[in-house]
Design a protein around this ligand. Sequence first.
Ligand SMILES: C=C(C)CCOP(=O)(O)OP(=O)(O)O
Ligand SMILES: [Mg+2]
Length: 271
Amino acid sequence: MSATTTISTTGTITADNVSTLFPDVNPSLALSVLPTNGHASARGAAELDGYDEEQVRLMDEVCIVLDENDRPIGSASKKTCHLMTNIDKGLLHRAFSVFLFDSKKRLLLQQRATEKITFPDMWTNTCCSHPLGIPGETGAELDAAILGVKRAAQRKLNHELGIKPEQVPLDKFEFLTRIHYKAPSDGKWGEHEIDYILFIQSDVDVDVNLNEVRDTRYVTADELKQMFEQPDLKFTPWFKLICHSMLFEWWSHLGTATLGKYKGEKEIRRM
Ligand SMILES: C=C(C)CCOP(=O)(O)OP(=O)(O)O
Ligand SMILES: [Mg+2]
């Protein structure tokens, strides 16, 4: 099942109680890619038995734990942040979603690799991931946070799709808005994120990392709408949310000054 669920913003998780509620959360932003808080690595953890070795290794990445207003209140491993047992108790982290268009205004889609632990084999936007607890990616105020996710986006476009950073310079990314959503993947794993939406228009050379990405495809808006009609294709819940709300409107303004009215939204959209 991959439907999204309604967000409740109860305001109960704060910097003061986060590590009491979640022993695996470090109440400071550890500037490290090593496992947080002295806890064991994801490697060898029973929950990750049977998954792809490289994807298990990446579960040790350090995500930024947030309160519901997108203020960083700690850090925790990617594994901790994506376990539904923690998500069901309100654990929330920061993420980004890149929509990369070529000069013909076609959107680059990816189909996630079968090896992915969450949402395998689903079609989605160009690239998604998380800014990490590493220097340059952990901004607290909105402007610094936006710069942090742009750096993370450049890093992951290279990791997942082999796109060279020079082809996606930081100043070409446009920040549109943030969406707060929650979605189970398969019962054990899921997402609960504040997701920064980034647009970029650039002609790039793609050289996919097959451990991350199974397939790619450039589509026009009409072609994407046709893909949604195909019953055999599955799409990630966040991509469906964005497509069914703002994507086609934003896309219609791509490359024109009128996109400006959608950029830099301060309010977090709860979806
Ligand atoms: C869902 C969003 C927006 C972020 C998670 O993306 P991924 O599941 O692709 O994260 P990585 O494995 O690439 O870090
Ligand atoms: Mg990804």
